[in-house]
Design a protein around this ligand. Structure first.
Ligand code: CDP
Ligand code: MG
Length: 846
């Protein structure tokens, strides 16, 4: 565990004018960090007079401006040996026309913003401009961040190929893997990777320029990176090691970055790349299907294929299940096209084929009879799915040309909206919806909901049709509905819990997260909730409970990080899981804790077999596989002691069994596991093992992929460790008067929700229904279901989680245990609690 004094503290400032104060604080912090990194001892300027601060600040600004105005680099040129074909293709990209303007702006400004339509060449070309201008010489690299892993990997390959350089030079780094070497000059990475690097070296000294790509997506890490870099860049300039920041966006909506005084004192210049976008004709539906938009997408795609000239079709749906279902339907349609007419009629009558609804919004003047002729002569449709959980080899297929004589048809989720450009698309079919994870700020319940997308993203989707020639976009909704769409999608940071970000920031010594220059700040409510959770987990110091109310409230938002918190911040997982890792060394449990945490972090380890089948044949296959998965789940859950670890035991069993079988695609397929998830779990286990070893080398954990099952003793210890991490997710089975209302049958009560929550039929504990459980999360589907449920012994709660307990006398409460609706778990101290069981694996690391 790191020493508490390892990071300098930032002075906390009270009083008016907090906005400016933050900037001061922040500068102080940066200075301290910087000096720390150059091994200069520094004393805190906590006592410094405010006025002095003001003077210092003015001086800083003028210094900064001086540096900013000085053209920093001589114009050099590093030649790149591109093939004539590549060179020719590049010259067609709109961004090439702006190379001079972009590079001049880069030379003259510390930060710039580039806006340009998807496909205009930003991601592939801008790193090359910087390379040619010498930004990768002198031992420093050019870094590019992407919000999606797929993009980081595929773009690094593409740029390496274009530049005719090996992947040791143009490399990528994503969470689990990378090919970065000491020769790397251009490094593509996910935004999370760069955030971790800032933790290690605040000044990012390895880089001469950072490109934040896809900033319009407003992913949380991208937002935070922009906030941090707005401070790092001036600091680097001040230190005489200039660094450039380029923010790239596919939309023109960049005011959150440019006109945000908290971010940039001088707004960065915005360079617009005129996309050589071909016109895209938009066709709205007359009516808007409320339910079956997948069916509507099917009809539209069939019609396009039958009636319109060659050109790829790209269909936007909301999720994996929909994508697969439409792929199957379309493939069937294609087979049907090859049949002779009578057969085809039969299929149509059976309701499998496309219908003729006569609604001719394709506007080509074809009459239906004509269309039928064409259908028989039609070329095959080459149907491919595309979504983020798809295996990489499958994903790569969309970039390759379709087999000769076929028409490409990609059925995608919104991954195809901006980060990937699929060649040859002429027709876009847009369902107008998007699946988003919603999160309830109070209860923490998540749910995936399909909602209307924004006008900006509908326009992005349409734009995919006009990359190479004029195209058409068929919107499966009316123009009136479009008019009601929000103009832009909201930033992700406003839609998710932020405890992980708060912890990362505290580890960067940003004590007052509330004053951080977020492009869009999360609500104070969400920040307070995050700090409270981190205090409960022991990652932050408890705020003082005395003083004026105002001071107390402020203290709640500036709790300093503890040594345990620093250890937790170094684990690349959510704070609740990080706490489990920090406790994991008890009873040799670490390998198991690592496996369980890895499995909980990688979402969806089981295949989704609950989807409805589309045919009898498929239905019987699905049923077989479901039965097999149920059997495997039961096997992995075990019996007796291990069963009480519940769903986490199933995960542990799945990981263990998969590793014993050599983690093959075949084993996964047969056992209902998602191969891609299992491979990720394996990588994450390795990464977590290294992280734990780095924090406590004395433990020296060695993770043998082929672990043996835990002993009974260890299972109990694991359950306690899980409880310590998931303590705020405790639920108690409904009892007493609650049961009068049938809605509480087999239900659980949680401190924060009024509604009953349930154990899912797939859970290991569905039949056991223990009195107390902890859960990984509550997902709202047909009911409020707890996921990742594990049983808890009642007496553990006051032992391990006194911070959540309200201790009173037995007289105060009729039942010794209940979760009150005010959010506390009430219980009374009774001697029995402390007689039971375990010499506790108390929180040794603290
Ligand atoms: O970043 P932006 O969307 O502005 O464009 P880009 O990703 O740099 O793509 C520029 C061009 O390269 C597009 O026309 C893509 O079709 C093409 N490209 C490709 O053919 N294969 C790739 N793997 C990546 C890009
Ligand atoms: Mg791009």
């Amino acid at each position: 565990v790191k020493n508490e004094d390892s990071g300098p503290k930032i002075s906390s400032v009270s009083g008016a004018n907090r906005k400016r104060k933050w900037e001061e604080d922040d500068d102080d912090e940066e200075e301290q960090k910087a000096e720390e990194s150059s091994d200069v001892d520094t004393s805190s300027d906590e006592d410094e007079d405010e006025q002095e601060d003001e003077v210092k600040k003015e001086k800083k600004i003028s210094d900064q401006e001086k540096v900013q105005k000085k053209p920093s680099e001589p114009a050099i040129f590093i030649p790149v040996d591109r093939s004539p074909e590549v060179q020719e293709a590049r010259l067609k990209l709109p961004v090439l026309a702006e190379e001079q303007v972009i590079m001049e702006a880069v030379r003259e400004n510390p930060s710039i913003v580039i806006c340009g339509e998807t496909g205009s060449g930003k991601t592939t070309q801008v790193p090359q401009f910087l390379y040619e201008a010498g930004y990768a010489s002198g031992g420093r690299m050019i870094g590019i961040t992407e919000p999606r892993r797929v993009a980081a990997v595929s773009m690094s390959h593409r740029v390496a190929k274009e530049m005719n350089l090996p992947t040791q030079v143009v490399s990528y780094q994503i969470r689990y893997e990378g090919n970065v070497t000491s020769d790397t000059k251009i490094k593509f990475m996910t935004d999370g990777v760069l955030l971790k690097e800032i933790q290690k070296d605040f000044l990012l000294q390895k880089y001469s320029a950072i490109i934040i790509d896809e900033a319009h997506e407003r992913s949380v890490y991208t937002d935070i990176l922009i906030g941090l870099l707005s401070r790092i860049v001036p600091l680097r300039n001040k230190k005489g090691m200039p660094m450039k920041l380029l923010i790239m966006s596919a939309t023109l909506r960049v005011e959150d970055f440019t006109e945000n005084q908290r971010l940039f004192r001088t707004p960065p210049p915005v360079i617009k790349v005129d996309a050589r976008q071909f016109p895209v004709t938009i066709h709205f539906n007359k009516r808007t299907p409320l339910e079956d938009y997948t069916g509507e997408a099917f009809h539209k795609t069939c019609k396009i294929h039958r009636m319109l000239p060659p050109g790829g079709i790209l269909v936007f749906l909301t999720g994996q299940a929909e994508v697969h279902s439409l792929c199957r339907r379309l493939r069937k349609f294609c087979i049907q096209l090859k049949m002779r007419k009578p057969n085809r009629r039969r299929l149509l009558e059976a309701g499998i084929g496309d219908e003729e609804d006569g609604d001719s919004d394709l506007d080509l003047g074809d009459d239906p009879a004509d269309a039928e002729e064409k259908a028989d002569a039609s070329i095959p449709l080459y149907v491919l799915p595309l979504y983020s959980l798809l295996a990489p080899e499958q994903q790569a297929k969309v970039f390759r040309p379709p087999p000769p004589g076929t028409r490409l048809c990609v059925i995608a989720t919104n991954v195809a909206e901006t980060s990937l450009t699929i060649p040859g698309i002429k027709y876009v079919v847009d369902c107008g919806r998007v699946k988003k994870r919603f999160y309830d700020k109070v209860t923490g319940v998540s749910s995936f909901k399909v909602t209307w997308t924004s006008q900006a993203s509908a326009n992005q989707r349409a734009g995919r049709a006009g990359r190479t020639e004029p195209g058409h976009c068929y919107r499966l909704y009316s123009s009136a509905v479009f008019g009601d769409f929000a103009l832009f999608s909201e930033a992700e940071i406003t839609r998710r819990p932020v405890e992980d970000l708060v912890l990362q920031m505290k580890d960067l010594n940003i004590e007052k997260v509330v004053n951080f220059p977020f492009p869009t700040p999360p609500s104070t409510e969400v920040l307070v909730a995050a700090e409270q959770l981190l205090v409960s987990l022991g990652a932050l110091e408890e705020p003082p409970c005395t003083g004026r109310l105002k001071d107390m409230q402020r203290a709640k938002l500036s709790c300093p990080i503890t040594p345990l918190g620093r250890a937790m911040a170094s684990f690349p997982v959510a704070p609740r899981y990080a706490k489990m890792l920090a406790l994991g060394k008890q009873q040799d449990c670490l390998p198991y804790v690592i496996a369980v945490v890895a499995a909980m972090t990688v979402r969806e380890i089981f295949e989704d077999l609950d989807r409805p089948a589309r045919s009898e044949d498929e239905s019987s296959k699905l049923n077989q596989r479901r039965a097999r998965l149920t059997q495997m789940r039961r096997l992995w859950a075990g019996q007796g002691a291990s069963l009480l670890l519940g769903d986490l035991m199933i995960m542990l069993g799945a990981v263990g069994a998969c590793e014993f079988a050599g983690c093959t695609p075949r084993f996964c397929e047969n056992s209902g596991l998602r191969y891609k998830a299992m491979v990720e779990i394996r990588k994450l286990r390795g990464q977590l093992t290294n992280a734990v070893n780095a924090v406590c080398p004395e433990v020296g954990v060695f993770v043998d992929p082929k672990m043996t099952p835990p002993t009974e003793h260890q299972v109990v210890c694991l359950r306690q460790i899980v409880l310590a991490g998931l303590g705020d997710h405790l639920a108690r089975r409904a009892q007493g008067e609650d049961l009068v209302d049938p809605k509480w049958k087999n239900a659980y009560k949680t401190p924060l929700m009024d509604e009953p929550v349930f154990i899912h039929p797939n859970s290991a504990l569905f039949k056991t229904l223990p009195e107390f459980v902890v859960y990984q999360e509550v997902m709202e589907t047909s009911k409020m279901y707890m996921r990742g449920v594990s049983a808890v012994e009642a007496e553990w709660v006051p032992q391990f989680l006194p911070q959540y307990c309200h201790f009173g006398s037995p007289l105060e409460s009729p039942s010794p245990w209940f979760c009150s609706s005010t959010g506390t778990i009430r219980c009374h101290r009774s001697s029995t609690f402390f007689r039971v069981g375990w010499q506790l694996p108390a929180v040794e690391m603290e």
